[in-house]
Design a binder for this molecule. Sequence first.
Ligand SMILES: Nc1nc2c(c(=O)[nH]1)N[C@H]1C(S)=C(S)[C@@H](COP(=O)(O)OP(=O)(O)OC[C@H]3O[C@@H](n4cnc5c(=O)[nH]c(N)nc54)[C@H](O)[C@@H]3O)O[C@H]1N2
Ligand SMILES: Nc1nc2c(c(=O)[nH]1)N[C@H]1C(S)=C(S)[C@@H](COP(=O)(O)OP(=O)(O)OC[C@H]3O[C@@H](n4cnc5c(=O)[nH]c(N)nc54)[C@H](O)[C@@H]3O)O[C@H]1N2
Ligand code: SF4
Ligand SMILES: [Mo]
Length: 660
Amino acid sequence: MIRSVCGYCGVGCGLEYDEKTLIGDITYPTNEGKVCSKGVSELISIQTPTRLLRPHIRENINDSLIVATWEESVSLIANKIKSTSKDKIGFYLSGQLLTEDYYIANKLGKGFIGTNNVDTNSRTCMASAVVAYKKSLGADFVPLRMDDIIHANLLILAGANTAEAHVVFHNQIKKAKKQGLKVVVIDPRFTDTAKIADIYLPIKPGSDIDLFNLVSKRLIDEDLYNKEYVKNNINNFELLKNKFKRVAVTKMLKRTGLTIEQFEDFWALYKESENIITAWTMGLNQSVQGVDKNLALINTHLLTGKIFKRGNGPLSLTGQPNAMGGREVGGLSTMLAVHLGFDEESIKKVSAFWNTDKIDNKSGLPATKMLDANLDVLIICHTDPVYHLPNRKETEELLKKIPFVVEINAYENSETAPYSHIRLPAAPWGEKEGTQTNLDRTITKQEKLTRISIDCKPDWEIFQLIAQKLGYKKHFNYANPQEIFEEFQAMSKLNSYMNIHEASYENLSKEPFIWGKNIDTFLTPDKKGNLFFVENKLLSEKTNLEYPFILLTGRTRDQWHTGTKTNLPTTLLKFKELNFCEINSFDAEELNIKDGDTIIVKSRRGSLETKALITDTIKQKMIFIPISNREVNYLTNNLLDKESFEPDYNHSAIKIEKLN
Ligand SMILES: Nc1nc2c(c(=O)[nH]1)N[C@H]1C(S)=C(S)[C@@H](COP(=O)(O)OP(=O)(O)OC[C@H]3O[C@@H](n4cnc5c(=O)[nH]c(N)nc54)[C@H](O)[C@@H]3O)O[C@H]1N2
Ligand SMILES: Nc1nc2c(c(=O)[nH]1)N[C@H]1C(S)=C(S)[C@@H](COP(=O)(O)OP(=O)(O)OC[C@H]3O[C@@H](n4cnc5c(=O)[nH]c(N)nc54)[C@H](O)[C@@H]3O)O[C@H]1N2
Ligand code: SF4
Ligand SMILES: [Mo]
């Protein structure tokens, strides 16, 4: 029997494999044997005929791809890198890579090629939480764990649909409810998660800052904040208090779309709850004010002192399996490595560790800006930007202009494939090994369960081959992921609070390692938390008479994004209908649309055809399209948060036409 871990979502469930079956690991702390439909079918997705099995090359994206050798492919990539300047090279990585993959790509890009243009799709996902945690707590540190819900009295889920996106955690919420946990769900849609809520708040999209500000204001006005705690541990209280004196409460409440009764019910429950956890995901992060939304939420915990205490705290529910590992390594262009930045001191430390003098001292391009920067070489790995970036028509145009695009993927049917000059076959989950960090700092190990298919290679090895071809063999000569992990562990000592060096690679599959367990205070220089006054600036795209609907996008339980691993031929996996657009019954009637009708959904940027699904779980003047519809981003706008550069996916103005 082999123990491994699921490679889909940030919960990171333990799995057991006995050569025939894959089941949940009963001894594993986070899931106690439970798994969802995705985790249990991990092995099936290795066997699909849609795997990419050999390297392919073409000179021009209008030509057909032809099979090539690894030697040819890697030489070509190295030559292209050598023939341009470092600032013209970009690495577009993914929160689904293993820590060892990131480590090699980051070391190569930032350490040896000398470009900080190393970023990941986490930019579209968790970047707002990263910035907000850093600003308020002093570091990108999740200050509590999922199992804290057992000790909480109240769990607030804001813009998080755990029933579909963090399925096994959702089961644990249901279990905790039996022991008295109360749940508040804040979401414009009455989701499956809302079904278990004690209080459901049907907030208007984009108004969470107003809601959390109302809570903070009431805490101050009613003298319910923790005075002693704030005095000793928190900065900027007076400033916040003064600012709140002048805010227009009625206007704020109106913007949330909630009634006074709805807010007061919530407030009554909030007030009487001793231990509170507020968890959030894409409903807050993916926003032109994503960082501010996070800060407004975190403020409530700083004011009450409900943080760094069992059963309390602001819990960012990371989506991808190893977005956290990526953040730890330094896989974002706005950080260097092991949570260190681009200040002189950090560059000195990292340069000495890697034995290099090439590190640049300015932030690199974030993923959401990488395509629009006249790059000559773009290396895309384990992600599908043509699918996932907002305003797809523009993405396609920009990508076409990049003269050399390398795509490393385990499957052949990505949306980025038509735009790549080289496609390299990666070994997916089950064919490789390495470590990942789940959403609450638990480091675990994925095990190799089966042989590598034909000509595939693990991602780290592909980056190592490129590094060696560029002449850096001395620095990139790892025999296996263990050697890389151990180098990363040694590097983590450069950052005093990262005790990752205490883990043991060999033990990881038997016993996961939770780093930062003893951190019980802020990681700012003065060891105090920072409050920020933030306001809803109404920056999202506005609806009007022509585009009267707001488009919401999100997950469905059994599908993983583009579905290269989950939307398989029906002989392999059964899946639900994905081609739908939820629309409220009143709106449907007004537009003379019947359930199942074909409709055209249009924004100012593009359109798609889909089928109407009439439901009252969605309010009027909103529609919902699942992101397993690969065309969804033809509709979305590309406004970005000014600090995190995360897109405003959930707030695009739309019109609907019935196809006659
Ligand atoms: N089955 C499945 N699970 C997944 C994934 C998957 O593809 N499939 N992907 C993983 C990844 S990468 C991620 S990032 C997570 C995402 O996890 P979630 O964010 O929980 O998933 P979403 O479906 O995007 O849900 C976002 C919710 O926010 C709501 N929302 C939209 N606008 C607003 C707003 O203005 N305010 C509030 N309060 N709510 C709003 C939406 O209606 C939606 O229900 O899921 C992870 N888990
Ligand atoms: N409108 C809208 N757009 C969104 C979102 C939204 O909510 N709404 N959410 C955003 C978020 S949060 C995210 S995280 C992104 C997700 O968007 P993507 O990351 O683009 O989606 P995935 O389908 O997960 O892409 C993973 C790719 O990796 C490939 N792959 C699988 N295994 C391996 C492997 O072992 N190695 C390599 N090299 N490749 C492998 C898969 O075949 C697939 O092509 O989408 C973002 N875009
Ligand atoms: S909840 Fe997440 S980690 Fe657990 S089995 Fe499902 S997809 Fe995998
Ligand atoms: Mo994500």
